[in-house]
Write a protein that binds this ligand. Structure first.
Ligand code: MTE
Ligand code: MO
Length: 388
């Protein structure tokens, strides 16, 4: 999320053609309460997100008021791009599996597609979403298809001393250390070997039934259900096993949560790399049909059991889950009938509870309030709306 100076090696972007016109919708559930019905009027939110000062990094955001599909079409799916957009072709592209393995591999896309195919429906959120005031639409849901990562690592034969798996992207940009050393660093993220061997991770070439669009990592990206967006390395070219922790920019400097905590009455500051998703929800929009008002929204980050809505400072009241219930890694959509709101300005807040009974925290929860950085901001989201 930090603004990064673009690399000299910046390559020409693919243009928009690869992302245009893809709108394969998976029909989920019997009805879609979300789909706009004729006669529905969207009551626009009064709080409008601040202007995006980093459009080359936050390239696209979800437009909550327009959200009407449980599977997000690629042209509405948010895009985060820290460096350049590599122009990769299937012909020249290879995936290398190297480092501390007995059987290093170089794979073509065809080699990967010949392996076991696995699909996952996964809601990806950037851990910076709802941190800064200009970043409110960093979440989307897609069906991803590819081949599982773990069996490939097993075939490569990780050596005894291998403890960490690094995923390298083809994009790169300048990073400066201590204002002394400037290097062109490739985008990379890592996981412990144990995390990387999880059964849900995919090497994915497909998003909603189509080739990955260029901006989403064509031809191959890592998909890590249950993790924040940053772990899902796009334009993946190399998987490397090493014998120590990897400390690249996006592990050790950026996407690091700095938090003030109490230890036996003393204040300590902790520094942790962003990893797993956190339980979260958001109101998407308020609609009016004749004189009936309804709030709709989404909840994600853990298997969702229920969602409550609070109007102004009133009591929490249950919403109805309308789509996606029972999914392991995808958002649920919810709906709340707002009876006879009084004329004037109101606030609308949502709160999710997961199937383990964990409740989405309020923004002033000490765990969130103690954060100095904006990553992992999963507090309740409050929107403002005016009823005429
Ligand atoms: N190679 C590479 N992979 C990347 C990134 C990047 O800048 N380069 N951004 C990461 C971040 S921070 C997020 S939130 C997700 C966003 O994925 P999307 O752009 O497909 O929505 O990709 C991740 N993978
Ligand atoms: Mo991100």
């Amino acid at each position: 999320m930090t603004r990064s100076s673009m690399s000299r090696r910046r390559l020409l972007a693919h243009g928009g053609s690869a992302v245009a016109g893809l709108s394969v919708l998976r029909v989920a559930g019997p009805t879609s309460a979300f789909r706009r019905q004729s006669g529905d009027e969207v009551i626009p939110w009064l709080d409008v997100p601040a202007e995006n000062p980093v459009p080359e990094v936050i390239v696209r955001q979800l437009d909550w008021e327009r959200l009407d599909s449980w599977v997000t079409p690629p042209d509405q799916f948010f895009v985060i791009k820290h460096y350049n957009e590599p122009a990769l072709t299937e012909q020249d592209w290879r995936l290398e599996i190297s480092g501390l393995v007995t059987q290093p591999m170089t794979l073509t896309l065809a080699d990967l597609k010949a392996r076991t195919r696995q699909e996952v429906s996964y809601t990806m959120e950037c851990s910076g979403n709802s941190g800064p005031p200009f970043f409110t639409g960093g979440v989307g849901n897609a069906t991803w298809a590819g081949t599982p990562l773990a069996p490939l690592l097993e075939e490569a034969g990780v050596l005894e001393e291998g403890i960490e798996v690094v995923f390298w992207g083809a994009d790169a940009g300048e990073q400066t250390w201590r204002e002394e050393i400037t290097v062109t660093e490739q985008f990379a993220r890592s996981m412990s070997l144990a995390d990387a061997m999880g059964t849900d991770h995919l090497l994915a070439w497909e998003m909603n039934g189509e080739d990955l669009p260029s901006l989403h990592g064509y031809p191959l990206r890592l998909i890590t259900p249950g993790w924040y967006g940053v772990a899902n390395v796009k334009w993946l070219t190399r998987i490397e096993v090493i014998d120590r922790r990897y400390q690249g920019h996006f592990m050790a400097r950026d996407y690091v949560t700095i938090r003030e905590e109490e230890r036996d009455g003393e204040t300590v500051w902790t520094f942790t790399s962003v990893t797993h998703d956190r339980l979260k929800s958001a109101p998407a929009r308020v609609t009016r049909t004749d004189d009936r008002y309804r709030v709709m929204g989404a909840a994600w980050g853990a298997p969702i059991a229920s969602v409550d809505v609070r109007i102004d400072d009133g009591p929490w009241r249950p919403a109805t889950l309308t789509e996606g219930e029972g999914e392991a890694h995808s958002w649920v959509f919810w709906s709340f009938d707002w009876d006879a709101p009084a004329t004037g300005e109101h606030t609308v807040t949502s709160r999710a509870t997961d199937t383990d009974g964990n409740v989405q925290p309020a923004p002033d929860d000490p765990f969130l309030a103690g954060k100095a950085t904006f990553w992992e901001s999963n507090g309740h989201i409050t929107r403002r709306v005016g009823i005429a």
